[in-house]
Ligand binder design. Structure first.
Ligand SMILES: [Zn+2]
Length: 306
């Protein structure tokens, strides 16, 4: 489930904590999750972390050895960073990704697949209940040549900048619009979920963007004007920006001040997983339908099919 904004939130949190850290050991509890040969793991245990990057939903940790660790969280992945001898809610600790109570448990636990220990005794745990996620290792210069990265469409704006750009560039609009128009008979929701058209939009931000732009998700592309498509991209971007700026799905937003569990979707979502609740614009009850094989949340009054 983690989408681009969730992975960007992880990148921001880990950048502050990992750069300059030396890896002391790597413990692999599930081989399927750690797709790196044993002989490589051995020399990794001396590497220093140079930078933390992201492309779409792939997190990349660059090492001083000119190799890069790639992480894909898939459905249920989480990264949890813990300082030794610290209170769980200490600001130096950080957890993000798929939101579950694992963030508050003693680690490693039954969902822990791999963990890294650093020279200062802090640890980074890769937890993944369903084991679809993975960690790989590649020479840094080969990373962008990988098919699963090379094929991706553009991102709406560069979310990795400290200050997220206010506007989508004209060249990005043109590139994405022409890619969308190549699927003229397909429902718009299916098209914006296609990672080759535009990278990093999943179910949450598709539903939020379509609601923002007042477009019914089953509308076929040829029935939409360029103006409507531009509005849709702006709304997706606005929703992603709100998610990143609110801290997204992190331990800090998961545990509310009164000790109860928070839902990060409440921080930015208007329709996603809000069926039965009133539309924030017109108060009509939000409903859940199926479009392009995916559960889809809409306001039946604001979002009329063309
Ligand atoms: Zn409405």
């Amino acid at each position: 489930m983690p989408e681009l904004p969730e992975v960007e939130t992880i990148r921001r949190g880990l950048s502050k904590r990992l750069i300059g850290q030396k890896i002391k050991s790597i413990t692999v509890l599930e081989k399927k999750s750690f797709q790196i040969a044993d002989e490589d793991r051995i020399w990794l245990e001396e590497s220093v972390i140079k930078s933390v990057r992201r492309r779409a939903k792939v997190l990349m940790i660059d090492l001083d050895s000119d190799y890069t660790l790639l992480f894909h969280l898939k459905m249920t992945g989480q990264l949890i960073y813990r300082e030794p001898n610290s209170e769980l809610t200490d600001n130096r600790n950080f957890a993000a990704g798929h939101p579950t109570g694992d963030w508050l448990m003693d680690l490693p636990n039954k969902s822990t697949r791999v963990y890294f220990e650093f020279e200062d005794a802090s640890k980074l745990f890769f937890n993944d209940q369903r084991k679809f996620g993975w960690i790989k290792l590649l020479p840094t210069e080969k990373v962008m040549e990988q098919k699963f990265l090379h094929e991706l469409g553009p991102e709406i704006v560069d979310f990795t900048q400290d200050k997220i750009p206010e506007k989508i560039s004209e060249s990005t609009y043109k590139q994405v619009l022409s890619a969308i128009r190549r699927h003229n008979n397909a429902p718009i929701k299916a098209v914006i979920l296609d990672q080759k058209v535009v990278a990093g939009i999943g179910n949450i931000y598709a539903d939020e963007g379509l609601w923002g732009a007042k477009i019914h998700p089953a509308t076929v592309v040829k029935d939409l004007t360029d103006r409507e498509l531009r509005k849709l991209l702006r709304e997706v971007k606005a929703s992603m920006t709100r998610s990143i700026e609110s801290g997204g799905s992190t331990m800090q937003t998961f545990v509310k001040a009164d000790g109860t569990k928070g839902n990060y979707l409440d921080l930015f979502a208007n329709v996603f997983r809000r069926e039965g609740l009133p539309c924030p614009r017109c108060q009509t009850e939000i409903i859940k339908i199926r479009v392009a094989g995916r559960g889809t949340h809409i306001c039946p009054k604001c979002q009329i099919k063309h």
